[in-house]
Design a protein around this ligand. Sequence first.
Ligand code: AHR
Length: 326
Amino acid sequence: MTFKRLTKFIAAGALAATVAVPFMTSAAARADSLTIGFSQIGSESGWRAAETKVAKIEAEKRGINLKIADAQQKQENQIKAIRSFIAQGVDAIFLAPVVATGWDTVLGEAKQANIPVVLLDRNIDTKDDGLYLTAVTSDQVYEGKVAGEWLAKQTGGKCAIVELQGTVGSSPAINRKKGFEEAISSHPDMKITRSQSGDFTRAGGKEVMESFIKATDGGKGICAVYAHNDDMMIGAIQAMKEAGLKPGKDILTVSIDSVPDMFKAMADGDADATVELSPNMAGPAYDAIAAFKKDGTVPKKWIQTPSTLYLPDTAAAEYAKRKDMY
Ligand code: AHR
């Protein structure tokens, strides 16, 4: 090709591109060119693994180049990942913050670099909410309330409860505790008698429940277990069974997430209630970023995902629907 013909070819290509651009108006078309860095906490629970999987699927649907950094539960790794995303010049950063505090400096750096940040599934404590564009989360206080109200109704407002808390300092651990305590506060005969963190893991839930059973001479007097997530409850169910107790009957259970294994436990009669947390946090976040990048549309500060209570009556059907999603 001569230089003249090459110039003509490039010019024709440029014209075609100019003509084509007005037709690429949908958020999906625009999202096509986005690179997003996602600082994920790790893989402490079935729910977390599902969130990561859904984030990949939803990115692929939209043609987004997604870079995931697994922080292995450490805030310092998340801070490093955010700095690396800034250095790479990504279009946006998604952050699932392992704990609520300590983000101002690094998020200030992202802001300085003009990179919008979206919080996924957990909140942060900050005086400056301009450090992030939006947060896609559930109402975690409400989740705790739903769990507490269900238990109050189930027990006629009389119950000694043991609590398995999530990761210390994380927003779901703080808020789910708060919501549950608010719900039971109007029932003087409902009390949390023991409470400890199981770090949102099955192993943690099992270990803490074993210690509760030991400390109460085989679980005597325990009316219910409230766990801040299903994985800890699944560990606790195992501990109860190993101690010769019947979970779901001798000791009631209520937890949060609605992972397939919890539906299976409910269908098998080993668990009583779970509050759903959608694993699709990334989908709404991609759409918010795509619109923001396209024409500056500023999303709502909080994109709230629903929290639905599930009971054993629908557990088998829900399990069948969800088992392959995770
Ligand atoms: O932040 C959401 C919580 O984190 C989920 O309920 C829990 O399973 C996960 O570890």
